[in-house]
Design a protein around this ligand. Structure first.
Ligand code: ZN
Length: 258
């Protein structure tokens, strides 16, 4: 299986590379995308990917960090985005929930990253929280300009999922789907998300799956099978079929070698 969202640079996972990868391998999770959320985090993600044959990186600026986006930022990201081990532009998007950056800054940083993805023909690794109207409007323009990608850690309902799918974007599913209370809308949305259009991710160290039982205090790639199990149950398919399909989807979207 491929975990398309791991924050290896986070304070909780830093330095645990070897044990995280070996526990993941034992659980059947063998390939990873290290998430880049700022210039520094993206450099760390790429460095990590260069050191591990089955790790690739994303490079971009999370909406929380968008206030640090300057006219020079695109040039500083250019060598990262051009690197063959960077397989997506992002994490980028809009987050009007926590508002760590003003909305105008978020939109400016997002627009520049959409343009980079289209220019380089690399998928976007997308984040949206409480920003559907603006996010969807920008994605509609992006799709018209040829952009593609995945809405990572999707937490919305069926109508939102259908809107993104209609624009050609795939959907990333995390342990949010295992949360019967908070994840109710997402669990309902699984009806309209075809298994050919979804990707599996832990977003570790965040969002520890509720069905994983007693685990370490943080989420980690070894727990991805619990996300797969919950999705398979909701879709009414065998977990092995679901996992194989998600792996094929991620290989295709991120153009990972066979
Ligand atoms: Zn995110």
């Amino acid at each position: 299986m491929i975990d398309i969202g791991v924050n290896f640079h986070s304070s909780q996972l830093k330095g645990l590379d070897a044990e995280l990868l070996s526990r993941a391998a034992a659980a059947g999770v063998t390939h990873f995308l290290a998430t880049g959320t700022s210039l520094h985090a993206s450099e760390l993600a790429l460095g990590f990917a260069r050191g591990h044959a089955r790790v690739w990186a994303t490079a971009g600026v999370h909406p929380h960090d968008a206030k640090h986006w300057t006219p020079e930022s695109a040039a500083r990201f250019a060598p990262l985005w051009a690197d063959e081990r960077v397989v997506a532009v992002g994490e980028c998007g809009l987050d009007y929930n926590r508002m760590f950056s003003p909305r105008e800054d978020q939109r400016r940083a997002f627009e520049a990253q959409i343009a980079a993805g289209a220019r380089l023909d690399k998928p976007l690794f997308l984040h949206s929280r409480d920003a559907f109207d603006d996010f969807h409007a920008m994605l509609r323009d992006a799709a018209a300009a040829g952009a593609h990608g995945v809405v990572h850690c999707f937490t919305g309902g069926a109508a939102e999922a259908e809107a993104y799918l209609a624009l050609g974007f795939d959907i990333g599913i995390t342990g949010w789907v295992t949360d019967a209370a908070r994840g109710a809308a997402l669990r309902d949305a699984m009806r309209v998300i075809p298994i050919e259009r979804l990707h599996l991710e832990t977003d570790a160290p965040y969002l520890r799956p509720k069905n994983a039982g007693k685990t370490r205090p943080y989420n980690e790639p070894a727990l991805l099978p619990f996300v797969a199990r919950a999705v398979a149950e909701l879709k009414g398919v065998d977990v092995a079929v679901l996992a194989a399909q998600a792996t094929a989807n991620s290989r295709r979207l991120f153009k990972l070698p066979g």
